[in-house]
Design a protein around this ligand. Structure first.
Ligand SMILES: Nc1ncnc2c1ncn2[C@@H]1O[C@H](COP(=O)(O)OP(=O)(O)OP(=O)(O)O)[C@@H](O)[C@H]1O
Length: 467
């Protein structure tokens, strides 16, 4: 097997350099041998940063035999393995405490050397990969709201437009469609970004506790209030207060909240000192607040106070074209978290694309994470999905007279075929799936794919998919 990785071997014994260097080269490693630290630094200048340094520390000036003291030279990010004839435990511990990756005593056992070298090189590779992924996935503000559908694009544009203002925002839409993501992005892009973003789930806190949670209380306000406690409103001062599921807020609390919104002041429970507050309120609900107003369950005056600008999210089933970009984004996050590369096979992507996702993006994300958790090899396949979802079969039947995605193109990301070829294969399969699902009804299939009927017909002609 051919190994990769450039090793710099620093040892003043020519025989050892020859033997160990030759042996490692035979194993497939790229090795450069030098006899002193100054030569090592020179080699670094010419050949670049090594992936691993093998360093004999028994030679002065690193090692002082009188004092049994060692001074480790600096090799930057490269892991250093110490090789020395002074096989004493004290020295090994010293080297490792100074940042050495491992310690090998002479005479060196070649098998042992190979194991230690491979482990150290794997560590360097992993660290580089994590850095690369982190560099690729840092997104902030509106970019956090993923999607390519017109709805997602409009929402991102709105976020960017209204985030820097102090306007109140009401985010509506079905559960799991990213209402909190939007609220967070509004905060991150605002002038309040460095101040707190405090999220309150109005339905999850019992009605009798909600007031003290929001406004805080003074000592003795009620049984168990043995000291003053700041509420979430005060904690959010200067920042954003996100009121999730505001439709579930009890009516008496709605009246108190109205006062905060009108006057910017509140009293902690049991307190007599009026407190000033400066927060931006962003609220969210999956209920029809206007209907609640008509039923007398939500105060009309509060509704108009919190409404400011409304942002409405759509169910995922109405914007299926967002699924691939959402999956790619969640996969990248998983890669960073787990330090492992993932890709989705073509069939697996098809399966994700064909579900109705009643739990919306939350369900999509949870499903992907659970399938990734049982995946062994990095490529998530339909077989992985079938392990967890027994009835998971693809809707689309392969059709023999049209170009099928080949093995090489059966990955969403593959560098073995050109982007155009892969996009084409994906388009063909999605069109086939939509036509099969709608029993060849082009109008409905076009709607499913987010295309005009004419646009779909053009593609069918271009790919000769008429059957
Ligand atoms: N467009 C999106 N881009 C990125 N992540 C998203 C998007 N939509 C939803 N998510 C993810 O889906 C999950 C649910 O999102 P979120 O909590 O924002 O939904 P919600 O609409 O506030 O749900 P609920 O009404 O149940 O509180 C989160 O993990 C979130 O990161």
């Amino acid at each position: 097997m051919s190994e990769t990785g450039y090793i710099l071997l620093v040892d003043d014994e020519p025989a050892f350099r020859e033997l160990a260097g030759g042996w490692l080269s035979q194993q497939g490693f790229k090795v450069k041998t030098v006899g002193s630290l100054s030569e090592a630094l020179e080699a670094k200048k010419i050949h670049g940063q090594p992936d691993l340094v093998l360093l004999d520390l028994s030679l002065p000036p690193y090692f002082d035999p009188q004092k049994t003291l060692l001074s480790m030279p600096e090799f930057g990010a490269s892991p250093v393995i110490i090789i020395t004839g002074h096989a004493d435990r004290e020295l090994a511990l010293q080297a490792i405490s100074q940042g050495a990756w491992d310690f090998i005593a002479k005479p060196v056992d070649p098998e042992m050397l190979a194991v230690v070298v491979r482990r150290a090189l794997a560590k360097t590779r992993l660290e580089k990969e994590v850095q690369r992924l982190q560099g690729h996935t840092v997104s902030t503000g509106a970019e956090l709201y993923i999607g390519i559908s017109p709805s997602a694009q409009r929402i991102r544009a709105l976020i960017e437009r209204i985030a820097p203002t102090d306007v109140r925002v009401l985010v509506t839409g079905p559960s799991g469609t990213g209402k909190e993501v939007i609220s967070r992005a509004l905060h991150d892009l605002s002038t309040r970004a460095k101040k707190p973003f405090i999220s309150v789930h109005c339905g999850a806190i019992p009605a009798e506790l909600l007031e003290s949670e929001l406004f805080g209380h003074v000592k003795g306000a009620f049984t168990g209030a043995d000291k003053d406690k700041q509420g979430l409103l005060a904690l959010a001062d200067g920042g954003t207060l996100f009121l999730d599921e505001i439709g579930e807020m009890p009516v008496p609390m709605q009246i108190k909240l109205l006062r905060v919104l009108q006057e910017g002041t509140f009293y902690p429970v049991g307190g007599r000192t009026l407190q000033q507050i400066d927060v931006r309120i962003v609220s969210a609900t999956n209920a029809d607040l206007m209907q609640q107003v008509q039923l007398g369950e939500f105060r009309e005056d509060l509704y108009y106070r919190i409404k400011g600008v409304s942002i409405e999210t759509q169910a995922l089933s109405e914007r299926l074209k967002d699924i691939p970009s959402l999956l790619q984004s969640f996969l990248s996050r998983l890669e960073v978290k787990q330090g492992k590369r993932f890709q989705l096979s073509f069939d697996a992507m098809q399966w994700f694309r064909q579900q109705t996702w009643p739990g919306n993006v939350r369900e999509l994300k949870n499903t992907l994470e659970s399938v990734a958790a049982i995946n062994m090899g990095g490529e998530i396949t339909l077989a992985d999905i079938q392990l967890l979802h027994h009835s998971s079969a693809l809707n689309a039947e392969p059709i023999s007279n049209v170009p099928q995605p080949t093995k090489a193109s059966s990955h969403i990301v593959s560098l073995e075929r050109t982007l155009d070829e892969q996009v084409q294969a994906l388009e063909i399969s999605l069109i086939q799936a939509a036509l099969t699902k709608t029993e060849q009804n082009k109008t409905q299939a076009a709607k499913l794919l987010g295309l005009s009927r004419q646009g779909l017909i053009k593609k069918i002609e271009r790919y000769q998919l008429e059957f």
